[in-house]
Structures are given as C-alpha cells and as structure tokens.
Design a protein around this ligand. Sequence first.
Ligand SMILES: C[S@@+](CC[C@H](N)C(=O)[O-])C[C@H]1O[C@@H](n2cnc3c(N)ncnc32)[C@H](O)[C@@H]1O
Length: 231
Amino acid sequence: MEKQDGRRLRSVVSYVKRGGRMTVGQQRAWDDHWPRLGRTVSELPEGPLDFTAWFGREAPVMLEIGSGMGETTSQLAAAAPELNYVAAEVYDPGLGQLMLRAEKLGVENLRLLHGDAVVLLTEHVEPDTLHGVRLFFPDPWPKKKHHKRRIVSPSFAALVASRLAPGGTFHMATDWENYAEQMLEVCSAEPALKNRYDGWAPRPEWRPVTKFEQRADVEGRVSHDLIFEKQ
Ligand SMILES: C[S@@+](CC[C@H](N)C(=O)[O-])C[C@H]1O[C@@H](n2cnc3c(N)ncnc32)[C@H](O)[C@@H]1O
C-alpha cells in the first residue's frame, strides 16, 4: 500500500485500534498538557524530529515504545531527570493517563508521541542518535497465526539498532516465554547488537512492576529482561 506521497504503509502492524474514551481526568490532562508535551506521529513534518528543540535542552534521548497506561514510563522518567524521555503509544487514553501521572510526579523531562513507533523510528529518528530504546511487555500476540504481528522481528531489531548511538541499549521485557526466546534469537542474530549478558538479563530493581508482570506472576509465568547494546 502506498501513501499519496509515496511512503509505504505497513499492512501488518503490532497493535489493534482499541476503542475506549478518555476519562474526565485523562481528557483534562490532555487538554492542559498535550499542546506542549505531545505530538502526533502522522502529523510530524517530513524528516528527523528535533528532540533538542522540543525539550528545550540537549540531553540523551530515551525512547520507550508502547508506554501503555504510563505506570512504568512516568516513574522511570521521574527517576532520570538527566534524560530526554520520549514515550510512543498508539492508545490515546493511555497517553492521557501518562500525562496525569507525570503531572502528579512533577515530571518535566517527558514528551509523548501518539502513533506507531515503527513509523516514528523509520521516518523521524536520525540514525545513531538514541541513548536507549525500551520495550516493556509488548503485545504478545500468543496465537501462532498472529506471531507476524509481534513488534520484535529481524527488521525491527535492525531498525532499532540503526537508530541507537554506539553503546546505546535496547532493553526488552516480556512475560511470554516463547516471545522472550524470539527476542533473544532475533536480537542475537542482528550484527549491530550485542547481548550485554549471556542470555537473559537480571531483572533490574529499578524497573517498576506493572500489572502485566504481576498477572504473569500470579499465573505462574516467568518474566524475562533482555538488554542488548549497539556495537
Ligand atoms: C501490553 S501493553 C504494555 C504497556 C506497558 N509497556 C506496560 O508494561 O504496562 C503494549 C502497549 O504497546 C502499544 N503498542 C503496540 N504496538 C505499538 C506501536 N507500533 N507503536 C506504539 N505503541 C504500540 C499498545 O497500544 C499497548 O498499549
């Protein structure tokens, strides 16, 4: 499929368009903060996004893909004021909730992008620039016929690697064993990435426990972290 300007539209994407309206609080946070903190991927001008200008300062850029309802994102941005922290998410109530949380925590170093992180990385992030990419509990697409929708694939690993600065990290976590194995296999096969550990990374204490990890624990599934570095 081609867009009018010739750029390709992907036919298989890693998300479903979820319904659901924003709560009153999320809508209020959106109205108050979106003009300053948020941008829509499909409305960005062509070419790389100038993060330094947007944040109003030069700092290492950390991109978190699929920030969901923002529990982890708000806490990790608050814990690292030295980073320019960017959250990309397709679900707008989740971004509203993230702005509510950020407001409560007084977070200043966070910007939000509404839309597909693959398009963002491909079209609006310059190669060799990101300090890190985080992908926590991506949609697992557990049925075999849906595995093609999983965001981590060889082309995605190559895309992330190309956008990371040398030494930059790609940190993933999942509670689905065979997705963790897929992540390990795919990223180990990407020549520009090197596993920081021999297999799984130890679970970092600083990564907050979200409902996905809690539920996995209750259901007896083990969560795995994986940390790769751009070489
Ligand atoms: C299972 S949730 C996990 C949310 C959060 N990381 C957590 O740990 O609580 C995965 C999220 O990724 C988002 N997502 C999936 N594919 C995406 C994409 N290509 N770009 C941006 N967000 C995406 C979904 O909308 C969903 O909110």
